[in-house]
Write a new protein. Structure first.
Length: 70
């Protein structure tokens, strides 16, 4: 699997979990102190991120970071 596909899959998982938590992209962006466009890019796989940022995102959503990798 190519890196781009991994980012897309993680992004889809982030979006799914965010929605399950009842958060809009705007709400989630505010929670993370980021812009709405950052969240949109993150969820479409257009935004690269570090493992540390993935762990931060998991903490904001109150899930284990491994959830994003399935």
């Amino acid at each position: 699997m190519q890196k781009k596909e991994v980012y897309k899959q993680i992004g889809r998982n982030i979006a799914r979990i965010r929605k399950e938590k009842g958060l809009t992209q705007e709400n989630f962006a505010e929670l993370m102190d980021k812009s709405w466009s950052y969240v949109a890019k993150l969820e479409t796989g257009a935004q690269n991120f570090s493992v540390g940022k993935l762990i931060d995102i998991a903490e904001y959503l109150n899930v284990d970071y491994k959830t994003f990798l399935n």
